[in-house]
Design a protein around this ligand. Structure first.
Ligand code: PGA
Length: 247
């Protein structure tokens, strides 16, 4: 049985002071859940959040890394920096990074390899635009994104990874994919993993749905056979996340 994993993606929200207050609200609501719960937070909040969730079982992640170890890359965060601050996970390839910061599938592949080399677990994002969905190329597009992002990743490494299927048209729009739409793509992703690796890897890897997940729709989405939890933006910044994370 795969353990469900629900991750909050705080995006560019929460100062360290606000982060501490949010943790004080959320920790009592989440503590003791059977799910794995991760707060993916801005790099500057990691230390504060690690301290604030200590002893609760909640894990902490970053929202991005650069693929080099260290050096003259002004403004970037390395895998070692996140790890040393106490993070265990990192979101990679989010559609906002792809769109606003021009990250390519090849960049994302380098980041995935670096995270795995260092021992940070990637939450690897993929997803189609509304135009691509209407053109009927959703699954082809996602297969291509994942095939590139997973180049050079071994079966052993893939087993521990998390993939987040996030249709771009559902992110921050309040327009959730239907449960059937979400399950269809998550199932196709699992089949791709089986094709690229083997059945054991496909059964082990965890696949999340993301895009307007909230306290009302989370339980239904996460009950699908191939949806192992969610990546949650807006609803991760309020008490609602207590319901989502324990769904
Ligand atoms: P949303 O964001 O839950 O606000 O739609 C999800 C995400 O971008 O990961």
């Amino acid at each position: 049985m795969r353990k469900k994993i629900i991750a909050g993606n705080w995006k560019m929200n929460m100062t360290p002071t606000e982060a501490k207050a949010l943790c004080e609200t959320l920790v009592p609501l989440i503590k003791g859940t059977k799910n794995e719960v991760v707060f993916c937070v801005p790099a500057v909040d990691v230390t504060t959040v690690v301290k604030a969730v200590k002893g609760s079982g909640i894990k902490v992640g970053g929202e991005n890394i650069y693929f080099e170890d260290k050096g003259a890359f002004t403004g970037e965060t390395s895998a070692d920096m996140l790890l040393d601050a106490g993070a265990k996970y990192v979101i990679l390839g989010h559609s906002e990074r792809r769109e606003y910061f021009k990250e390519t599938d090849a960049d994302i592949n380098k980041k995935v390899l670096k995270a795995l080399e260092k021992g940070l677990t990637p939450i690897l994002c993929c997803g189609e635009s509304l135009e691509q969905r209407e053109q009927g190329i959703t699954i082809d597009w996602i297969r291509m994104q994942l095939k590139i992002a997973l180049q050079g990743v071994s079966a052993e490494q893939a087993k521990g990874m998390v993939i987040a299927y996030e249709p771009i048209w559902a992110i921050g729009t309040g327009k959730t994919a239907t449960t059937a739409q979400a399950e269809e793509v998550c199932k196709a992703i699992r089949l791709l993993i089986q094709e690229l690796y083997d059945r054991k890897t496909a059964n082990a890897i965890r696949i999340q749905y993301g895009g307007s997940v909230n306290a009302k729709n989370a339980a239904e989405l996460f009950a699908e056979p191939d949806i192992d939890g969610g990546l949650v933006g807006g609803a991760s910044l309020k008490a609602d996340f207590g319901t989502v994370a324990t769904a």
